[in-house]
Design a binder for this molecule. Structure first.
Ligand code: ADP
Length: 694
């Protein structure tokens, strides 16, 4: 099997740099080598008249870029090819031949030193050896520094050669240094900017992409009209300052198009444009056009032109990068603000920022809701948020000095304090748990308090209901215990008095004690069922109603203990529901049990369990009909309350069965209610349960 895993992930276009194949490495060396030699030949044409000194020296920039972008894979080939290219370039330049080794050495030494310095002074290189896109002005400054030192080394070796072979000159030395530095800076920086997208694509998997909204050499293509205007202005300036008025030093006017390009177009375009301005100016000077051409000393003229190119390039580039950095920072800040906004809008807790003047600086949607406002208020309207309608838990209105943010400003610790908010007329009160904390703010700005609010209305209602429920449970459990204690005391006093107890009376007393114990057992059993109905995780599935009903009916079709005829239970329920079978069984058991139980003494209980699926609805309606004593309309809603029992009907029970049924049905998303029986007598319990999704 081929080792697929070892194949490096290649960016879409592997140009010159990146994970290259062997053929591409050769191609890279050829391309850069040819560019190096051609640039050298071109540069020789800019020889300052009467000297052997070229005005510009682009091969330095190409060599610096060559080794800077060299990777472990291409290093040997790169160094070898650079040496060959430098050798060829020196040889084709002509005599003196003794200078050839100096030319080669100076180029190689400069390129190696430049790479070492860039790696040491900038974070341009990633861990995997590839280069990041150039994006910060600080990196450009470091690159300029590295180019200055490397350019000095190159000039020094070149000068050493000249001094040994012919004769040295301080001014030429200075010019060479300047020339090399400018060449390295302009070419390396421009190439890095033009290749920004490509460098970004080389990032290892998992690294976030560069946040540079203005990258791309061709960004200017989006504004063709402005580009034409920029070109026309530049040409006009050249015509005036170099052509028509060469005696006046007007070349500084070229800063206008340079600043224009820097502020309106991307850094790559700005760098290319500045380079273009510099090269054109040098070309014109060499052709004897413009004010620089008028400088008598050709070396001085070359030096001044070079300085002009350096300054135009540096200004344009720094301006453009600063602008890009600013735009990126703004973009990032806006993104963060949007994210924060989304978080604040989504979060369920109310969050507000109030300053010491009482002005609400910020308020999220949840806080707005808690205050009963329909929309987030316009906070530009200082103090327009109604901070009223707050009460303590005893119902006393919170006076302004007792408001939570005011107390936090006074240095009090305000944590998890409950208060009642009466939002608006007719809207129910909400109980809100509030925490208020002083926020750190810059000196000189009004102090601010962060108020967080959590709506605990339902939580509190739930715990109140739980407390009431516990009270009722305790009360209902105490009743049979009192009975047991009472009859035990009767027995005790009878035995203490030495009264004999006949067996019939003894059995009667014991039966009462046992009856109370049985009631307690039933109550505890029902309580357990109630907890189960409330807390057991719902495991819904397709349940055939008739299967479940058959099981339940089998338990209730037996004759009752009071010699009443056995009940008849009819089933007509073929539908399928989406429910938890264990809990639904409990519901049917309670309903059928009640239907059989709450019947007049001499009447044979007749029960019918029917189901149907209403047309076009996703529910199944189940009815449990009986011929029992019925429930008065006034009691119908209350029979579902826990522990509620219709008074005086003489039937035993706990009052929990129907509340269990209601709980289970509601947890399924269904409903339960009770109506008249089928012929106006008895009762009909109607359940609506979800039908399974087909
Ligand atoms: P329990 O049956 O243990 O008292 P339930 O919650 O099941 O508790 O019922 C609450 C009350 O509703 C009962 O006390 C009874 O008065 C009334 N009830 C329930 N089912 C029926 C029925 N099918 N017919 C008449 N009354 C009923």
């Amino acid at each position: 099997m081929p080792a697929v895993a070892d194949t490096p992930v290649r960016p879409r276009r592997a140009v010159l740099i990146g994970p290259l194949t062997a053929v591409e490495v050769v191609l890279r060396c050829l391309l850069l080598g040819v560019a190096f030699v051609l640039a050298g030949q071109l540069a020789l044409r800019t020889n300052v008249s009467g000297t052997q000194l070229a005005l510009v020296w682009p091969p330095s920039g190409i060599a610096a870029f060559w080794l800077l972008t060299s990777t472990a894979r291409t290093r040997v080939a790169d160094v070898a090819a650079l040496v060959v290219a430098a050798l060829v370039s020196a040889l084709v330049s002509g005599p003196p031949w003794e200078l050839v080794p100096f030319r080669v050495l100076s180029t190689l030494g400069m390129a190696v030193l430049f790479r070492v310095l860039v790696d040491g002074w900038t974070s341009l290189r990633r861990k995997d050896g590839s280069l990041r896109p150039l994006s910060q002005t600080s990196t450009v400054v470091a690159l300029v520094g590295a180019a200055t030192v490397a350019g000095l080394l190159q000039a020094s070796v070149q000068e050493l050669g000249s001094a040994l072979v012919t004769e040295g000159s301080w001014f030429v030395y200075l010019h060479r240094w300047m020339r090399n530095t400018v060449s390295i800076c302009t070419i390396v920086v421009t190439l890095l900017l033009v290749l920004a997208r490509h460098l970004d694509a080389l990032r290892p998997a998992g690294d976030p992409p560069e946040e540079k909204p203005f990258y791309g050499a061709l960004e200017h293509a989006r504004r063709p009209a402005e580009l034409v205007a920029l070109g026309a202005t530049t040409v006009a300036i050249y015509v005036f300052s170099f052509g028509l008025l060469p005696e006046l030093p007007l070349s500084f006017t070229l800063f206008l198009p340079a600043v224009w390009a820097a502020t309106r177009f991307g850094p790559a375009f700005a760098a290319l444009f500045a380079l273009g301005l510099g090269v054109t100016s040098i070309g014109l000077t060499l052709a004897g056009i413009g004010s620089y051409a008028a400088i008598e000393d050709p070396v001085l003229a070359a030096f001044v032109t070079q300085t002009f190119l350096a300054i135009v390039f540096a200004t344009t580039l720094l301006l453009s990068l600063t602008r890009t950095e600013l735009a990126t920072a703004e973009h990032r800040a806006a993104e963060r603000a949007r994210l924060l906004d989304r978080v604040l809008t989504t979060v369920g807790d109310g969050i507000a920022l109030v300053d010491e003047t009482g002005r609400v600086v910020m308020m999220n949607r949840a806080a707005t809701r808690m205050l009963g406002l329909t929309a987030v208020p316009d906070l530009a309207d200082a103090g327009q948020v109604p901070l009223g309608g707050f009460y303590d838990m005893d119902g006393a209105r919170l006076t302004p000095d007792r408001l939570h943010h005011v107390r936090a400003l006074a240095g009090e610790s305000v944590r998890d304090e409950d208060m009642v908010v009466r939002p608006a007329e007719n809207a129910p009160d909400r109980v809100i748990r509030v925490t208020a904390q002083l926020m750190p703010v810059p000196p000189g700005t009004p102090r601010q308090v962060l108020v967080t609010a959590h709506d605990v209305t339902d939580e509190r209602a739930h715990s109140t209901a739980l407390a009431a429920f516990a009270g009722e449970v305790a009360h209902d459990l105490k009743n049979p215990l009192t009975v047991i204690e009472g009859w035990s005391e009767v027995l005790e006093s009878r035995f203490a008095a030495g009264t004999t107890l006949d067996s019939e009376e003894g059995l009667r007393l014991l039966a009462r004690v046992q009856g109370a114990a049985t009631h307690m057992r039933t109550l505890i059993g029902e309580l357990l069922s109630y907890t189960l109905a409330r807390d057991r995780a719902l495991r819904p599935e397709r349940v055939r109603l008739c299967d479940l009903a058959c099981e339940v009916v089998a338990l209730h079709e037996k004759p009752s203990e009071d010699d009443r005829p056995a009940p008849t239970i009819e089933l007509d329920c073929d539908d399928v529901v989406w429910a938890d079978p264990v809990l639904l069984r409990q519901v049917l058991d309670n309903l059928v049990g009640n239907a059989v139980k709450y019947v007049a003494p001499d009447v044979q209980p007749r029960v019918r369990v029917v189901s149907r699926r209403p047309e076009g609805e996703d529910v199944v309606e189940v009815r449990v009909e009986d011929n029992g004593i019925g429930i008065a309309p006034a009691d119908r809603a209350r029979v579902f309350d826990s522990f509620f029992r219709v008074a005086g009907n003489g039937y035993a029970g706990t009052g929990l069965g129907l509340s269990i049924c209601q709980r289970v049905v509601e947890r399924h998303g269904g409903t339960i209610d009770v109506r008249d029986g089928p012929d106006g007598a008895g009762s009909t319990f109607v359940l609506r349960l979800p039908a399974p999704r087909d």
